[in-house]
Ligand binder design. Structure first.
Ligand code: TRP
Ligand code: ZN
Length: 883
């Protein structure tokens, strides 16, 4: 239809986008430009006539002046790729609206009105998976961050809270199940169609809206809250998947209980629905009362899911549940505050998982994730503070920095406050801001007030990007140990001069002879440089620092190798012990990769590392989950991070060489360990999980030392396995070995699981992340496999994320790996921009590479930048990466 163009009045609320702006130069949104919205939308009614190719949406918005904002007669309703088929004000059709780009602008004369808007959308054509889309015959929504505007025109910003009443109707046979947020209040039928009406009593921003319609079945259960509210719980999946939902349901009940006990948070509706969909951009989404999940984080049974997958389900189920308070009851004022809900909720899910399993092992895993995903972000062209200052496309800021570093920052507050006082702070936060759209500043203030802590300087953690580096110098004077600490916060894009931050460091000083210490202490380094003195040391002690990883920093210590060996054997903090073991190997491998080791130094390093690993194998006080952590080699990516102009091939060579030495020197010990582990029957106990972790780890060492023997062992493990952990582990090792078993087992795995998308994802990922010399050829062939599709993000990630994270293939010296990822980005960008943009950071590492690869990588970024049309998502990431 023809759209009348009447000029809207530009004012504080209605920022007029320049119509001439090229799609390739999207405007920058700045945090400092935040203004409250001039209008309130206390209520919205939505009516959906559902169809896979055509869904009609009628929206009725009750709007009124916002007394807390300067008055404006115009109201901007955001849209994205939709057109209004009809607009009414107070029931009367009107043409008196303007389109500003994709947004609809109305001028209203009174203080309160009802706006009616109709749109028609095609869910089956929605490959971006934002807004309303079709996924294997069902309809579902994803609205965070700005997907609601692809459904109807609305002030699509998180500080506009409304009560939703939603009616939906559709063909009974196609959509027997109709779900929405809140409670179902009425249903009915009319021939072949039926309808349902849902009402959510809790005011919410549009990004928390959700609707699902499809042929689904539920595992149902119930939970009684601490105040006796009986909550109906459902996990909705496709028919054949029901027997893989038990773990999700149990995880949900554990989450609900844990949040009551740990944070005093109770659920606030009579119904909690979780729906699993196979096409999803991220892990899951916390829509009020109706979480939508990637199937990857719902479906699990021992035959098809690994121990890691089980842990992932528990963690993500917890994460989305915890959002009900940290995100939904208290939401974000604007998207710059994203870490308010995400950082806090990640911390909450981490603490939950720590309590459900092994606390130290979970801590080590979380630190490993932080180092693998966030540290590179912080040291590269995409570095940003946990509360960013500007963005062009907010989807690009769902990052490890906002999520994981955000969690670390709040964890530091908890460490400084102590657990009990921290709870007082969070109680005050939940109490003070319930029902509001809050800011990070609100959170900090509530913690300050509730705990009685001055966080003035600590706020720098919210505004400064970059991982602080601490230089440690321990000396001994008379009877004193003297610890000199210096901090440096690196320069990051747009941030030159950094101020010193308060850095809480847990330390212990070990007596060399007894192998013990007289108590852990928390010191806070809040100056550029400071000296701490400790009395009562006749001899120089051994320093254990940043225990439990109390601060997200890097530590530079000139520790003697013998001290690292000492800590690897004696440290009573499991994280610090792991760290000593890692440092021992990192120090050796970095020096070796740089060609700095003489033969005798190399030999001496081997002796120390092998000795430390042997004592880990022999230490009977260790459980196997922890033993597995201590036996793990640092990843190639982590090693590359420690160097300025890394040569991936050299690192790979040295890392494989050390693996070979370990595999050879410790073959008898490892063999015995493997045999012991192999006797345990399958269960989900920590003991059995630990045993499985060791078995595959031992195979990887064996593979470096004696590939043919390892291939036999792995094939044997594969054939005898009664669970996916053992089977996938064995296949992973086999996939890296050029052997007869390789082809046979890969084929067997494919045939066995054909039709099970999540397992076929593993089949793709295993081959893309393998150490096989021909991995690039394999990936190219797999991209042409009939089961490969760019339409499904899980499948795309399983092939190409796995490949981009495989240094051995990705960093091929001729740049073929970089070209492959650039080709993917260009092809995927028009289909799914969000997912395409997530591959750009891998190409943004060019500054950290040796000159040859650096140039080849940059060339690919430039090739992407030169494309005639790019999404906002990819454009922003490529531009920033070129820097
Ligand atoms: N809020 C979700 C979470 O962390 C994240 C999320 C899910 C998301 N789907 C998304 C973010 C799509 C952006 C786009 O739990
Ligand atoms: Zn989240």
């Amino acid at each position: 239809m023809d759209i009348a163009r009447t000029p809207a009045t530009p004012d504080g609320n209605v920022e007029m986008a320049d119509a001439a702006v090229e799609p390739k130069d999207p405007p920058e949104i700045r945090r400092e430009d935040y203004r409250p919205f001039a209008w309130l939308v206390p209520e919205i009614r939505l009516d959906f006539e559902l169809g896979l190719d055509s869904t009609r949406v009628r929206a009725k918005l009750t709007v009124a002046h916002n007394d807390k904002a300067p008055h404006s007669p115009t109201i901007r309703l955001n849209g994205d790729g939709i057109v209004p088929t009809s607009v009414t004000v107070d029931g009367s059709p009107t043409q008196a609206y303007a389109m500003d780009g994709d947004d609809l602008i109305l001028t209203l004369d009174g203080k309160a009105h009802e706006i009616g808007i109709e749109t028609e959308i095609d869910p089956s054509a929605n490959s971006q998976l934002m807004g309303l889309y079709a996924s294997s015959g069902m309809l579902c929504t994803q609205c965070e961050s700005e997907g609601f505007r692809r459904i109807t025109f609305f002030p699509d910003r998180p500080d506009v809270l409304s009560t939703y009443t939603v009616r939906m109707s559709g063909p009974k046979d196609q959509f027997p199940i109709l779900l929405c947020n809140g409670n179902k209040v009425a249903t009915g039928e009319d021939g072949d169609t039926h309808w349902a009406e849902w009402h959510d009593p809790w005011p919410k921003p549009s990004y928390l809206f959700a609707l699902v319609a499809g042929d689904l079945v539920a595992r149902s259960d119930s939970f009684t809250t601490m105040n006796g509210r009986e909550v109906e719980l459902n996990v909705w999946v496709r028919e054949g998947d029901l027997d893989r939902t038990e773990h999700a349901m149990e995880s949900l009940k554990r989450s609900m209980k844990w949040d009551e006990e740990t944070f005093g948070r109770e659920y606030d509706l009579d119904l909690y629905n979780i729906v699993a969909v196979s096409d999803f951009n991220m892990g899951a989404m916390e829509n009020k009362g109706l979480n939508v999940f990637n199937t990857k984080y719902v479906l699990a049974d021992p035959e098809t899911a690994t121990d890691g997958d089980f842990d992932g389900v528990e963690g993500v189920i917890g994460h989305e549940y915890f959002h009900n308070w940290s995100g939904n009851r208290i939401t974000c004022r604007d998207w710059f505050q994203l870490s308010l809900k995400e950082g806090f909720t990640v911390l909450r899910d981490q603490l939950f998982s720590q309590d459900m399993g092994s606390e130290p092992v979970k801590r080590i895993e979380d630190v490993r994730v932080l180092r693998a995903a966030q540290f590179p972000e912080d040291s590269g062209p995409l570095a940003h503070p946990i509360r960013p200052d500007s963005y062009r496309e907010i989807s690009n800021f769902y990052t490890a920095t906002v999520y994981n570093k955000g969690a670390e920052v709040i964890r530091m507050m908890r460490t400084m406050a102590g657990e009990e006082a921290f709870r007082k702070g969070t109680d005050l936060y939940f109490d003070r801001h319930d029902g509001e759209a809050a800011t990070c500043e609100d959170f900090i203030k509530a913690i300050e007030d509730g705990v009685g802590l001055d966080l003035t300087q600590f706020r720098l953690w919210y505004s400064q990007a970059g991982t602080p580096k601490i230089v440690v110098d321990l000396s001994h004077e008379g009877e004193e140990a003297v610890l000199k600490l210096t901090q440096m916060v690196p320069v990051t894009p747009g941030q030159g001069d950094k101020k010193p931050m308060p850095i809480p460091l847990k330390i212990a000083l070990f007596d060399r002879d007894s192998g013990t210490h007289s108590g852990e202490q928390l010191i806070i380094l809040d100056k550029a440089s400071d000296t701490f003195r400790f009395a009562g040391f006749a001899d120089k002690p051994v320093l254990s620092i940043n225990r439990t990883f109390s601060a997200p920093v890097t530590i530079q210590r000139d520790t003697l190798r013998s001290d690292l060996v000492f800590l690897a054997q004696n440290d009573d903090d499991p994280f610090a012990r792991y760290e000593a073991m890692q440092d021992l190997m990192v120090g050796h491998l970095v020096a070796a990769s740089k060609g700095e080791l003489s033969d005798s130094e190399r030999e001496a390093g081997h002796i120390d590392i092998v000795g430390a690993l042997r004592s880990v194998i022999e230490d009977e006080a260790l459980d196997d989950l922890m033993r597995g952590e201590l036996l793990l080699m640092p990843s190639q990516t982590y090693l590359a991070e420690q160097m300025s102009a890394a040569d991936p091939a050299r690192i790979h060579e040295e890392r494989e060489a050390l693996k070979r030495v370990i595999g050879c020197e410790l073959q008898d010990e490892m063999h015995a360990l493997y045999d012991r582990a192999a006797t345990l029957p399958f269960s989900h106990s920590a003991e059995a999980k630990g045993a499985r972790k060791l078995k595959t780890l031992i195979l990887t060492y064996a593979a470096a030392h004696d590939p043919q023997k390892a291939a036999e062992l792995a094939a044997h493990q594969y054939d005898g396995s009664d669970n996916m952990t053992d089977r996938q582990g064995a296949l992973m090792v086999l996939t890296g070995i050029d052997s007869a078993e390789r082809t046979g087992k890969l084929l067997d795995f494919y045939n066995r699981y054909q039709g099970n998308a999540l397992v076929i994802d593993k089949w793709f990922a295993l081959q893309a992340s393998s150490l096989h010399p021909k991995v690039i050829e394999h990936v190219k062939a797999l991209a042409d496999h009939p089961d490969f599709t760019l339409k499904n993000p899980n499948r795309v990630r399983s092939l190409f994320m796995a490949f981009a994270g495989n240094p051995h293939g990705f960093h091929a010296a001729d740049g073929e790996g970089y070209r492959l990822i650039a080709d993917l980005i260009l092809e995927l960008d028009p289909i799914n921009a969000q997912t395409a943009a997530r591959f750009v950071p891998a190409l943004g590492r060019w500054r950290k590479l040796e000159p040859g690869r650096s140039a080849l990588m940059r060339e690919q970024l430039e090739r992407i930048a030169a494309a005639p049309k790019l999404s906002r998502d990819t454009f922003e990431q490529v531009t920033r990466s070129l820097g």
